[in-house]
Design a protein around this ligand. Structure first.
Ligand code: GTB
Length: 220
């Protein structure tokens, strides 16, 4: 009998989001839960992330990483794509629909996430700078541009392109970063979209598992 080990991801030992599920291990956890793949989690401290044992896995010394027999991956988008390609449930079978779902994965990470990140980084690290008051409205406007476009595309559909896909998984995690900002208030379709994603049983399991790391109480 051959024993195959479970895929292992890394996550914060103590997430700065205090269990709100905003760190990017949530993307890998949610994808694994959607496809029904059991997995293990190795928790790493900020200090350990910068040590050779971890930078051998992740050149930038971050989480998440993903390891399975013969494969080591970093970048949450690459990890989700890998999981989606190896299992049914996150990408359509039909070639053109599959290509479009992958385009939405790139759109989430490459078009929608950058202005959201830039705004939150400025709010975190530049509040005391003389340019902050002038710059922040500009950064917010860039976020609004993307939210307006995304909301128009979504219309009254449940998901970005037909059935739920890895594109929606990434987009929901990207948008969740804005939840406490108030910026989503004028986009009820996007708030409903995030809520739809977060209501999925796989999301709930992933969320509970990362929360359990923070509270120290086992999930479920
Ligand atoms: N592009 C990479 C990916 O998508 O995997 C980015 C990975 C990344 O930024 N990882 C972060 C990290 O390891 C954790 S998720 N940071 C440690 C370091 O760089 O030293 C980013 C994150 C952190 C905290 C919150 N929060 O508190 O709300 C949200 C998101």
């Amino acid at each position: 009998m051959t024993l195959t080990s479970l895929p292992t991801i890394t996550a914060f030992e103590r997430s700065p989001d205090r269990g709100r599920g905003l760190a990017r291990d949530m993307r890998a956890r949610w994808a694994l839960e959607e496809v029904g793949q059991a997995y293990e989690v190795r928790l790493v401290s900020f200090a350990a992330m910068k040590q050779p044992a971890h930078t051998a896995l992740h050149p930038f010394g971050q989480i998440p990483t993903y390891e399975e027999d013969g494969l080591r991956l970093f970048e949450s988008g690459a990890i989700v794509l890998h999981i989606a390609e190896r299992h049914a449930g996150l990408l359509p079978g039909e070639a053109n629909a599959r290509a479009r779902a992958i385009a939405w994965m790139f759109a989430a990470l490459n078009t929608v996430e950058p202005p959201i990140l830039e705004r939150s980084m400025a709010a975190l690290f530049e509040k005391d700078k003389p340019w902050y008051a002038e710059r922040q409205p500009v950064l917010e406007e860039r976020v609004h541009t993307r939210l307006g476009e995304l909301s128009r595309h979504l219309g009254d559909a449940d998901w970005l392109d037909g059935a739920f896909s890895a594109g929606d998984l990434l987009m929901v995690t990207v948008l969740r970063r804005l939840e406490s900002s108030g910026l989503l208030d004028q986009y009820p379709a996007l708030s409903a979209y995030i809520a739809r994603g977060a209501a999925r049983p796989a999301y709930q399991r992933a969320f509970e598992a990362q929360l359990a790391v923070f509270t120290g109480k086992p999930a479920g």
